[in-house]
Design a protein around this ligand. Structure first.
Ligand SMILES: [Ca+2]
Ligand SMILES: [Ca+2]
Length: 355
């Protein structure tokens, strides 16, 4: 039996280095005074949280691990992980490990974590704008169908976020008032973004136009004055002069109203096509050209004798004046264009959707 007393550290080897008198293996140590085998120290774990940009991970750089042993010859350091220092790391936790091997094939290992966190909110690619709807004053259900395109969203992670409506869904049960609709998109990391819009339901009612002051660009004959378009009688009508270069008709509502629709009933028995390209305007200006159109100009298909044509003001418009004029520059306008209107109906909202 060999007994040694030294201040060295043992190093394990594959074969016995010596035996005792009975050929019994007693020690497997290669004993070298003051030799300290390889020792490696990894950098601290890294936490990277993205808060902006459209990236699904991040490029991560860390400091090289340090390794020592007592001979003064640096151990060989090898990266054991598949991801390199300075490479792209997708969101998640990645364990990085190294080993150090010294001249005597002593091995030491170390590891640390690289964690990349998605802190970027999803982004809505479409979110409806304010929706205005009107229901008639005499609607017995008091509700109206409202529909919209489903909002959609994307996320920097490349994974589609979940999109959930947290408020009333589209459908037939919208009652008067302002309804705030909120959709929420949430990514896998829990970041969320909202899409919100208002659905404003107005109860519409007609403004009594009888007795209001109406004017027009020209009058064909005395029985076709401007007031005939608002006298409550569909057998009477206004009528501009033939060859009026820009026929128009206008009514003064006397006060400002929040208008949602203007309905025009054409002369019953004749000449509907003359109304083609007629434009309804509403606004606060006495000059009709300064007011915004409600809806699109009348089409040839709409312009029939006795036709009832609805011009929707969407969004509702604050107006004191409502006018109708022919856009004489319209490509399909006829040579004999002029206004022959049996009745005009103007409808306003009763709540505050003009605000
Ligand atoms: Ca995200
Ligand atoms: Ca009339």
């Amino acid at each position: 039996m060999v007994r040694r007393e030294h201040s060295f550290k043992p190093v394990y080897t594959d074969t016995p280095l010596f035996t005792d008198n009975q050929d019994t293996i007693q020690e497997y140590f290669d004993c070298q005074d003051d030799y300290v085998p390889a020792s490696i120290a990894c950098p601290s774990s890294i936490l990277e949280r993205l808060t902006s940009g459209n990236f699904s991970g991040a490029v991560i750089v860390w400091g090289q691990p340090s390794a020592t042993e007592s001979s003064g010859i640096p151990p060989l350091i090898t990266l054991l992980s598949t991801r390199d220092n300075g490479s792209f790391f997708p969101f998640g936790v990645h364990t990085i490990s190294y080993k150090a091997v010294d001249l005597k094939n002593n091995i030491d290992r170390c590891e640390f974590n690289v964690t990349v966190v998605d802190g970027v909110q999803p982004r809505f690619t479409n979110c409806p704008l304010k929706i205005n709807q009107v229901i008639d004053n005499d609607n017995i259900t008091g509700s109206v169908l409202v529909e919209w395109d489903e909002p959609t969203a994307t996320d920097n992670s490349g994974v589609h976020p979940t999109v959930v409506n947290e408020t009333p869904d589209k459908g037939p049960n919208f009652t008067k008032g302002t309804h705030i609709i909120t959709y929420r998109a949430r990514d896998e990391a829990g970041n969320s973004q909202i899409c919100t819009f208002n659905v404003v339901i107005a109860i519409k009612k007609s403004i009594d136009l009888i007795g209001k002051v109406a004017t027009q660009s020209s009058t064909y004959r005395y029985e076709y004055t401007s007031d005939k378009a608002i006298d409550g009688n569909k057998d009477t009508l206004n009528h501009n002069e033939m060859n009026d270069p820009h026929p128009w008709w206008k009514v003064d509502l006397e006060d400002k109203h929040c208008l949602v629709a203007v309905t025009v009933t054409l002369r019953l028995n004749c000449c509907g096509s003359r109304f083609n390209a007629a434009t309804v305007r509403a606004g606060e200006s006495f000059e009709i050209s300064e007011n915004q159109p409600c809806g699109l100009p009348a089409t040839e298909a709409q312009s029939k004798p006795g036709a009832v044509i609805v011009f929707v003001c969407d969004p509702p418009v604050v107006a004191r004046y409502v006018s109708i004029d022919i856009d004489v520059t319209y490509p399909s306008v006829r040579d004999d264009y002029l206004l022959q209107i049996a009745e005009v109906k103007v409808e306003e909202a009763t709540n505050k959707e003009c605000e």
